[in-house]
Design a protein around this ligand. Structure first.
Ligand code: KIV
Ligand code: NA
Length: 264
């Protein structure tokens, strides 16, 4: 298998072939999901929560994300590796956005970047696309703006729906290779997906999108506690690892590990 390119994603949309995206933040997750055939791996700013232990995505920095992107690009042989630009690293101007994106490409080997926003990021998308950096635009609920959006709330309800469709079209025209739709009504996501020729990737956006994304620790059950409604858990890694750690500790305490077969 060859490296996944943005044109492959567009062709999959034309063929009506849905695909799955996952986050990855390190070597083993990248290599494992790549082996599973996941075509796009997102090094999300969700690393803020899921790697660095913050409550939100706001604190994570470019310097904290770059090494994670580097690890994923080194480890994924086929997947397209998408780097999330963190809060504060791109919004001020297309110029700022360009320079941050270039760092992810040059220093970490990213194949594409993702930025959050609405029609105000159109010039940013335009500059990246013209400069040879594929860009995914993340619209709907944008976690980096939770303080202005008033917390985790479904976007695009009522009168806001038409505006979001217009924004999606504008970002497509600006040159985005795909749109990420987060926490919008399923019906609106279906309309946006039909309104644009580029792929849509949904999270909390229903079943009408071209692709779906989940944070891997949510998908694999490493995260505990109350999960968002849009998460489906496909494994219980938390229980598996707690049990493994307990079994190991018990063996050590009982003097049954290491055994002769582990001893030189
Ligand atoms: O950072 C992230 O994990 C995201 C999600 C929408 C998958 O942007
Ligand atoms: Na993100």
């Amino acid at each position: 298998r060859k490296r996944v390119r943005v044109h492959h994603l567009r062709e999959m949309k034309e063929r009506g072939h849905r695909w799955a995206m996952l986050t990855a933040y390190d070597m083993y997750t990248a290599a494992t999901f790549d082996e599973a055939g996941i075509p796009v791996l997102l090094v999300g700013d969700s690393a803020s929560n899921n790697v660095y232990g913050n409550d939100t995505t706001l604190p994570v920095t470019v310097d904290e994300l770059l090494p994670l992107v580097r690890a994923v690009t080194r480890s994924a042989q086929h997947a397209l590796v998408l780097a999330d630009l963190p809060f504060g690293s791109y919004e001020a101007s297309p110029d700022q956005c360009f320079h941050t994106a270039v760092r992810f490409v040059k220093e970490a080997g990213a194949h594409a970047v993702k930025i959050e926003g609405g029609d105000e990021i159109t010039p940013h998308v335009e500059l990246l696309a013209r400069s040879g950096i594929p860009v995914m635009a993340h619209i709907g609920f944008t976690p980096q703006r939770e303080h202005t959006l008033g917390g985790y709330r479904v976007q695009g309800r009522g009168e806001a729906a038409a505006a979001l469709i217009a924004t999606a079209r504008e970002l497509e025209t600006a040159g985005a290779f795909a749109l990420l739709l987060e926490m919008i009504p399923g019906e609106l996501a279906t309309q946006i997906t039909r309104a644009v020729a580029i792929p849509t990737v949904g999270i909390g956006a229903g079943n009408g999108c071209d692709a779906q994304v989940l944070v891997w620790q949510d998908m694999a059950g490493l995260r505990t506690g109350r999960l968002p409604r849009f998460v489906k858990q496909y494994a219980d890694l938390h229980a598996t690892l707690v049990q493994a750690a307990r079994d190991y500790a018990a063996d050590v305490e009982a003097g049954t590990f290491p055994g002769p077969e582990h001893t030189f």
